[in-house]
Write a protein that binds this ligand. Structure first.
Ligand code: UDP
Ligand code: MG
Length: 338
């Protein structure tokens, strides 16, 4: 039985990283002494001293492995890199700031042993400000109402996946990754585990408003075509309104609207122009994602890896199945074409 814990890291506080490793080791050695595990940190292009701390941690703990990306690709891409490098029969991904309590790992693993392929955590309460929780609450409800699959409300990036789920995700070709949608899309037996999300231990969130908006747009476009159909619905509505208006003018040639006011026409034209711009904007968002997918650029680029010894034991071998990754030689940048 082997477990990989994957943790995306971006400009993280050293104390959080050190505590995370200690708490993970403590809880796993106490509750699952027979469990062979690795902790893979994926540094997503940190610009501060994070990589130095990570290397120190790797030198101190033999369970720690490191994947350094060539720049900041975003959390979803960093998790994709982690999934490609994970060798475990079960893989757990969690945040680097201790908001996801390591002490919950035995519960996640217990459900996996029962036979569940996915165990995801759902935040039943969190200590974050309403300005953050309310938009998230509304967004998930909107996404679910227009998406073809059920995307769990309030689920974060703290989940366990079985080897077959991870393999399936690694094989999926899309570059735009929204795991909270992709994992339910893959399916298999799934268990929900409610939990109270901790406060960030120290440091600040690295999720800027821009990153959050991008995540939301990626999610909407990846999991629903409803906005595109909204465009045609708006078109039909505008057309109907114009037809009704014309019919009214023909039937009532002496009416005020027909004789005097150009204001009415102006408002109507403005409304049509607004709807057209909105429609073009919606289509543009889909075209943009289409272009990204067609270009086929990799989701992430690995610059260096540490701690993945080549060995007969497949758990330790550095033979990640991603299309683009660092190879067996450490501290090298090379692209492995698929
Ligand atoms: N993260 C990342 N790349 C980014 C931003 C964030 O890998 O560009 C990681 C970060 O290190 C953490 C997780 O994503 O492990 C969640 O980030 P954060 O705690 O800043 O976000 P919040 O919990 O406030 O949503
Ligand atoms: Mg956080």
């Amino acid at each position: 039985m082997k477990l990989s814990v994957i943790v995306p890291v971006y400009n993280e506080e050293p104390n959080n990283l050190a505590q995370l490793v200690l708490r993970l080791k403590e809880v796993l050695s106490h509750n699952c002494p027979e469990l062979d595990f690795e902790i893979i940190f994926i540094d997503d292009g940190s610009q501060n001293q994070t990589r130095v701390y990570l290397k120190e941690l790797q030198a101190q703990h033999q369970e720690v492995r490191l994947v350094f990306l060539s720049r900041n690709f975003g959390e979803q891409a960093a998790i994709a890199a982690g999934l490609a490098h994970a060798r475990g029969e079960a893989v757990i991904n969690m945040d680097s700031d201790l908001q996801d309590p390591p002490e919950m790992l035995p519960q996640l693993l217990a459900f996996w042993k029962e036979g569940y392929d996915v165990v995801y955590t759902r935040q039943v309460s969190r200590h974050e400000p309403v300005s953050k929780t309310l938009p998230a609450y509304l967004f998930y409800r909107l996404l679910n109402s227009i998406s073809d699959i059920h995307i769990p409300h309030d689920a974060g990036e703290f989940r366990l996946m079985s080897r077959r789920v991870v393999d399936t995700l690694n094989e999926m070709p899309e570059k735009t990754r929204f795991l909270r949608g992709l994992v339910p899309w893959v399916g298999f037996s799934t268990k929900e585990l409610p939990f109270t999300r901790e406060d960030r231990q120290s440091g600040q969130t690295s999720y800027t408003l821009k990153k959050l908006v991008k995540l939301a747009v990626d999610a909407l476009i990846s999991f629903s075509n409803a906005p595109l159909f909204l465009v045609s619905t708006l078109g039909v509505l505008v057309l109907l309104a114009v037809l009704v208006n014309v019919a009214y003018l023909i039937l009532n040639p002496q009416s005020v609207a027909a004789t005097s006011t150009s204001n009415f026409l102006l408002i109507e034209l403005e409304a049509i122009a607004g709807i057209q711009i909105l429609a073009v904007g919606i289509i543009a968002a889909y075209v943009a994602q289409l272009i990204n997918e067609v270009r086929g650029r990799p989701t992430y680029i690995v610059a260096e890896t540490f701690g993945f010894q080549k060995s007969a034991n497949s758990f330790e071998a550095d033979t990640a199945s991603s299309k683009l990754t660092a190879g067996a030689t450490e501290q090298n940048l090379f692209l492995k074409a698929n």
